[in-house]
Design a protein around this ligand. Structure first.
Ligand SMILES: Nc1ncnc2c1ncn2[C@@H]1O[C@H](COP(=O)(O)OP(=O)(O)OP(=O)(O)O)[C@@H](O)[C@H]1O
Ligand SMILES: [Mg+2]
Length: 317
């Protein structure tokens, strides 16, 4: 190589200080070649000492990891694209219930606007009633715009974020989106959300995607079951190990040994129009957040999907 420039991950003084105190240093260097291309190099330095423990040389081992880096980045990007595509697909399947969710407050807006006109058209206009109607219009208008806002956030392609979030708030937002979907499928929802849970450092949209996947899967499992009860349970709690535990349980068809083994495999699906990516993506999202996602059987029937997220125990909602 004809190297013209090297970028070190730390100031040279720090590197030499570490080399002097520990005898070694490891890091990634970025070399710029004369033709302008960059190579990423994993570099290992070891201090060579003479018999009197005086430094005489630095042994440097370099490995070109440019390709590996590029592959990692490409994989990362592909995962993000896939997550986005499946998120949009899930929302696409929910169009009927989502439009219902928007249309309902809009219908209420029109009803209240008409009522308001009538209060004003009276011989002696009833301003108190008119004002109350306008207040309901504002409330319902904001409700509709909140639904649209949440959908936009899920559809938009945005770089991953790390924010301190309340998992309960995220759950309530997803439930608001999926409420009509549950209603249309005659599913009753039970929530058990623990008070004052610590905040988690996470990407809101990604966690919403995981929860939406689990809830939609639960509804679909109950649609494929002849069981009488159609109950979806969502709960949160703090486990003793600095983690928040989130569970989504259903009373659907449940899991046989075959599906238990393959649930999280990409493209594993038992649904005629399923893509089989929901759980694979959900698991990679949770693992990227430092947590775990797994499935067990529910009693007397159905499945439970649980995941953990680490928290720092200090920031509380
Ligand atoms: N709550 C559940 N109860 C029973 N089986 C489930 C449940 N959730 C998932 N499964 C099984 O796991 C399979 C994979 O689920 P996954 O969400 O990954 O894909 P999918 O729902 O089939 O398709 P999509 O990509 O549209 O989500 C499902 O086809 C189903 O057989
Ligand atoms: Mg699914």
């Amino acid at each position: 190589h004809h190297l013209t420039q090297t970028i070190f991950p730390a100031p040279l003084e720090e590197i030499t200080a570490e080399l002097k105190s520990t005898g070694r240093w490891e890091g990634e260097l970025i070399h710029t070649r004369r033709d302008g291309t960059q190579v990423v190099v994993a570099s290992r330095w070891a201090l060579q000492l003479d018999e009197r423990a005086k430094p005489v040389a630095v042994l440097e081992t370099n490995n070109d990891i440019t390709e590996r880096k590029r592959a990692e980045e490409a994989l990362h990007k592909a995962q993000g694209e896939l997550a986005h595509v499946t998120r949009v697909a899930t929302l696409g399947e929910m169009t009927a219930s989502i439009s219902h969710e928007v249309n309902q407050p809009l219908a209420a807006v029109i009803t209240n606007a008409n009522a308001c006109l009538r209060w004003l058209a009276r011989q002696s206009p009833d301003l108190d009633e008119a004002r109350a109607a306008v207040e309901r219009i504002i409330r319902d208008g904001s409700r509709a715009s909140e639904v649209i806002g949440r959908i936009r956030a899920l559809v938009k392609k945005s770089p991953p974020r790390q924010d301190w979030l309340s998992i309960n708030d995220i759950i309530l937002e997803v439930i608001a989106l999926a409420r009509s979907e549950m209603h249309m499928n005659r599913v009753s929802l039970q929530t058990q959300l623990a008070d004052s849970l610590p905040l988690v450092l996470a990407d809101r949209v990604q966690l919403q995607q995981v929860l939406l996947n689990l809830i939609v899967n639960g509804i679909e499992a109950m649609n494929r079951s002849s069981e009488g009860t159609r109950e979806l349970g969502v709960s949160t709690e703090k486990d003793g190990l600095n983690r928040v535990l989130i569970a989504v349980r259903d009373s659907g068809v449940g899991l046989n040994p075959e599906s238990l083994e393959h649930l999280f495999d990409p493209f594993y699906t038992t649904k005629p129009d399923g893509m089989g990516m929901g759980l694979a993506i959900s698991r990679s999202i949770i693992e990227a957040h430092g947590g775990r996602l797994w499935a067990t059987l529910n009693a007397p029937c159905g499945a439970v999907f649980q995941f953990t997220l680490p928290h720092d125990g200090e920031r509380v909602s």
